[in-house]
Design a protein around this ligand. Structure first.
Ligand SMILES: NC(=O)c1ccc[n+]([C@@H]2O[C@H](COP(=O)([O-])OP(=O)(O)OC[C@H]3O[C@@H](n4cnc5c(N)ncnc54)[C@H](O)[C@@H]3O)[C@@H](O)[C@H]2O)c1
Length: 433
């Protein structure tokens, strides 16, 4: 099929490559010239395992091309996927202005038989407004469907090619059939396809993210209780996780969630529920958000307890991306902790296997790519992102001034570190050092 993918960030670049890998002829449309240039040269403008080589592979087939604007060729695509950003406004609401302007631009070029499939995460009720606006501009009833995306950064390509489910919300069967055709190679493998009403499809993504955020904040609330009661939240999670109704996933206490999706999606969801007059239904998500943010403050408190004054103290923060296998710094818990410690007067050295290059404005933070150099003379080490490099780290590699580490992700082998002479502090645990 001939497809376009509009907006080539984390979602769109991955989707464009995945669709070309499935055999479709894909035109990627992106307004940021530097991203466009990088993609044309076969370089993904962010870190995502396996995506660079997949891009090189599909570029060589000629099935994927890039451009900055619509033209007669892109207009004739059978499906246009909308993948532009929906960041958070200051008020907490989702900013849908990029989706509005991308769909308006598209409507001027649209063919009546083309389907527009939104993948961006939008507040429930947005698609109906977009359909109305686009149909007015196009002069015919536009086939609009909503097809939320569930990929996770770090495993984005794999998630796109082997999703748990494909969800499509639509007003017409024609759009559903077109999307089924596009995803046919995936559906043949038995992937569930859920054809829903549009409002439910819009809700699926934010509801899923609200649930995941709640699970993380639940265990972090337990960590707060465990810290006060002298219990161990890691052992607690293991014990309750054996119950298959609860499960073990997303139950590791730590410095909490961040990134470009979970935090803004729950805040946008809260704002939308308030607009709908059912704000109290999501009051609990405000607590989920607060519990999550309190974990960052807890690490700052622990650092102060350990170091006394932070002035003239050197702190090494291991990992600045919001999660491992990604260089995404949006709302990264470890980066916020690093910044707050720096504001309090500490000299903060940051290390990360890939994300330092993505930090355009380090301010007073000191990026250092060489781990041994970064660790030199540190008074405190904080593990902020659970990269494999850090989980497997040999303590002897860090020649610090003071052997104290805060494990912000509960991933270290505590005994190993203690045997190497380290004091280990971890969130939600009462470790005897
Ligand atoms: N990042 C993820 O893991 C993920 C997963 C699922 C869903 N989502 C959702 O997908 C959407 C995109 O997220 P993202 O992380 O890829 O954002 P992003 O900011 O990385 O990418 C958005 C891209 O769209 C481009 N753009 C904006 N307006 C445009 C226009 N009119 N024409 C062409 N290009 C335009 C921007 O330049 C940018 O490159 C959001 O709604 C997000 O919530 C993201």
């Amino acid at each position: 099929m001939r497809l376009t993918v509009i907006g080539l960030g984390y979602l769109g670049a991955t989707h464009a490559v995945a669709m070309a890998k499935l055999g479709h002829q894909v035109i990627g449309i992106e307004q940021d010239q530097s991203k466009l240039e990088s993609l044309r040269q076969g370089k993904i403008p962010f870190h995502e395992p396996g995506l660079d080589s997949a891009l090189t592979e599909v570029l060589a087939t000629g099935r994927l091309t890039f451009q900055s604007e619509h033209d007669s060729q892109s207009s004739s695509a059978e499906i246009h996927f909308i993948c532009v950003g929906t960041p958070q406004k200051e008020s907490g609401e989702a900013d849908t202005s990029y989706v509005v302007s991308a769909t308006k631009q598209l409507a001027k070029h649209l063919k009546p038989e083309s389907v527009v499939a939104g993948k961006s995460t939008i507040p429930v009720g947005t698609a109906a407004k977009l359909k109305h606006q686009m149909s007015e501009i196009a002069g015919f009833p536009v086939h609009l469907a909503w097809n939320p995306e569930f990929l996770r950064e770090g495993t984005a390509l794999e998630d796109s090619l082997k999703p748990d489910r494909i969800v499509v919300g639509s007003w017409d069967q024609y759009s559903v059939e077109k999307l089924k055709e596009a995803y046919q190679p995936i559906l043949e493998t038995g992937t569930p396809f859920l054809s829903l009403d549009v409002e439910t499809a819009e809700l699926v993504k934010v509801a899923a993210n609200a649930f995941l955020a709640t699970k993380i904040s639940f265990i972090n609330a337990m960590a707060e209780i465990a810290e006060a009661a002298g219990a161990d939240a890691v052992a607690l999670a293991e014990a309750i996780g054996h119950d298959e109704r609860i499960g073990k996933k997303f139950l590791r206490s730590g410095i909490g969630f961040g990134g470009g999706c979970l935090p803004k999606d729950i805040r946008g969801f809260i704002a939308r529920a308030e607009e709908l007059g059912v704000g109290s239904s999501l009051d609990f998500l405000k607590d989920v958000d607060q519990i999550n943010l309190r974990r960052r403050s807890r690490v700052v408190e622990l650092a102060k307890q350990e170091l006394g004054t932070l002035a003239n103290k050197k702190v090494l923060v291991l990992g600045i991306s919001f999660k491992p296998d990604s260089d995404d710094l949006r709302d990264s818990p470890s980066l916020e902790i690093a910044r707050r410690l720096s504001e309090l007067g500490a000299e903060v050295v940051i290390h990360d296997p890939v994300a330092l290059a993505a930090l355009k404005e380090p301010g007073k933070l000191k990026p250092e790519q060489n781990l041994e150099v970064a660790a030199k003379d540190a008074d405190l080490v904080i593990l902020g992102t659970e990269w494999k490099e850090y989980r497997d780290l040999e303590p002897a590699k860090l020649k610090v001034k003071s052997k104290v580490i805060i494990d912000g992700r509960n991933v270290l082998d505590v005994k190993k570190w203690q045997l190497a002479g380290w004091k280990v502090i971890a969130l939600g645990r009462n470790i005897q050092n």
